[in-house]
Design a protein. Structure first.
Length: 372
């Protein structure tokens, strides 16, 4: 590289957003593209990438692995469910687990992943670990996709203060030719295709140095049959699990039942208010005070349930009143979109609300008192 040209840039290169965020965004975009259900981040450090990925709704299993337990524990609390996750359980299930161990060792807990990410990991590996790494990740774990990022040493002359390596813990830094030949050889050995890209664009006129962070995306060429998966299933656990969070999900019958019963009770309240409102207006029409004819809905109900109230009116209340008791057919309740979406089938609705709301003797309607 021309020394004068190089000096023109050294130290003035600043990436916006910062390079580490561009790397994480690259992974997020990959997740949006391939929609993996199970993702493992190797060398997850303080779990920032995992924390970002927990918001990707396609992911159901997230795992992190690092050989340094203390760095993982620093912010692992950020991976725990929040109160809102309990108040409004998500449709998908999500389990997040953190393991303490080395990528140079095989552990059965790392099997079955769709995407494995190794962001700025390989340059931290000792030679002996780097030699074992391809067999562990591509041979043993054999996910559909592997993404590996590492510093591109061709870019280093443009970075201020970088003499040998960008970080004191780096064991090596490869240029583009070194990284690509390692990646191509690994891909060929384990039957993957590989494409190269990166983040951190070089300055105009210096395109030859390539991206500041070089990235290889490997895609498995064969689809793993259950037989080939079985061949590799062995081994005792060598990693230590240091964290596990199971998020509340509507796939769990307990949370689904809570959500359905709450929604049914809420729907019944709206219907009941509407019914009372109608009855009151009828009653008032016979009396003399017209100012009293406005809605009897509680103000907060009016605000939050306008859509539901409209629905109740549209459905012209397929309920009937017998003295002080009103009956709303379960079929009517099932036809409300949210109840319908949650339950899926009418039988499921009946099963989930059994014993939780008062039903008519034949079980076909919800019963409530409208004594006023
Ligand atoms: N992926 C993170 C962290 C990169 S730093 C990010 O992009 O920000 C590299 C991480 O790899 C460190 O946390 C280090 O503890 C971990 N590491 C080093 N050798 C390892 C090994 N053999 N197995 C697993 N993790 C390792």
């Amino acid at each position: 590289m021309d020394k004068n040209f190089q000096e023109q840039f050294a130290g003035v290169i600043k990436f916006t957003p910062p390079l580490y965020k561009q790397r994480y965004q690259f992974v997020k975009d990959l997740v949006e593209k391939y929609k993996p259900k199970k993702v493992a981040d190797l060398g997850c450090a303080d779990c920032t990438l995992l924390w970002m990925l927990k918001y990707c709704s396609c992911i159901e299993v997230l795992a992190g692995l690092d050989s340094c337990a203390s760095v993982m524990k620093e912010k692992m609390y950020k991976l725990s469910p929040l109160p809102v996750d309990y108040l409004q359980p998500a449709q998908r299930s999500l389990t997040i687990t953190l393991h303490h161990g080395s990528v140079a060792c095989k552990d059965p807990c790392m099997l079955g992943f769709d995407l494995v990410t190794c962001i700025e990991l390989i340059e931290h590996l000792e030679e002996s670990e780097l030699n074992k790494f391809p067999e562990v990740v591509f041979g043993f774990m054999s996910p559909s996709i592997v993404v590996i990022s590492t510093p591109n040493s061709d870019f280093n002359p443009l970075l201020k203060g970088v003499t040998l390596f960008r970080h004191p813990d780096h064991k090596f830094e490869w240029n583009q030719v070194q990284f690509q030949s390692w990646a191509l050889e690994t891909a060929a050995r384990y039957n993957y295709s590989v494409e190269f890209t990166g983040v951190g664009l070089p300055p105009t006129g210096m395109e030859k140095v390539g991206f500041c962070t070089q990235i290889a995306v490997f895609v498995r060429k064969y689809s793993e049959t259950s037989e080939s998966a079985q061949l590799e299933k062995p081994l005792e656990a060598v990693y230590k699990t240091v964290f596990k969070a199971v998020y509340p999900s509507l796939k769990d019958e307990r949370y689904l039942q809570n959500a359905v019963v709450s929604e049914v009770i809420f729907t019944i309240q709206i219907i009941k208010q509407n019914l009372l409102d109608c009855l009151m207006s009828e009653h008032k029409e016979c009396n003399d005070d017209p100012t009293e004819r406005k809605s009897k809905f509680h103000p907060s109900m009016n605000r939050f349930s306008e859509d539901l109230r409209k629905l109740v009116v549209e459905k012209s209340l397929e309920s009937f009143v017998n003295g002080n008791v009103a009956y709303i057919p379960l079929a009517t309740i099932f036809s409300f979109p949210k109840v319908n979406r949650l339950c899926g089938t009418f039988e499921k609705l009946c099963k989930l609300i059994a014993g939780k709301v008062t039903l008519s003797s034949d079980g076909s309607a919800v019963v409530f008192n409208i004594e006023h």
